[in-house]
Design a protein around this ligand. Structure first.
Ligand SMILES: [Zn+2]
Length: 129
């Protein structure tokens, strides 16, 4: 049975255009190329690639996204509004970011915080005044 080959081949359906251009919200300069499929919070600077192959990356990969700066105006590409972090400005308009997935926090723990059976502190050598 070669079903797995067929399945693997079926998953290579290419999207039309994987690249989107990130624009600065403040100065509207095109900053970086990015794959919309990778724009999943928490964002990292590493998902943004240079506009043209061969150019240095727009942001140092080890810089947190919060610390990324537009190369043109030296401000954060999303601006500083509280709601600004929920979307990106792109050549395709405002791109809403998906809600960050937090499997740990999303699944409520059915058990309350229970330290377990508390050992009796019945030390025989306790002195009573
Ligand atoms: Zn800018």
């Amino acid at each position: 049975m070669d079903l797995w080959v067929l399945r693997a081949a079926g998953t290579t359906a290419a999207k039309g255009d994987p690249n989107m251009i990130l624009r600065c919200r403040l100065c509207h300069a095109p900053i970086a190329a990015c794959d919309p499929a990778r724009l999943i919070p928490p964002l990292t600077s590493a998902v943004f690639e240079p506009l043209e192959p061969g150019f240095p990356p727009p942001f140092p990969p080890d810089v947190p996204w919060e610390a990324a700066r537009c190369p043109q105006c030296r401000h954060h590409p999303q601006g500083y509004a509280p709601d600004g972090a929920k979307s990106l400005e792109t050549d395709q308009g405002t791109w809403p970011l998906p809600e960050p997935e937090q499997p740990d926090a999303a699944s409520p723990d059915p058990k309350p915080a229970n330290p377990g059976p508390i050992p009796k502190r019945d030390k025989p050598n306790r002195r009573s005044r």
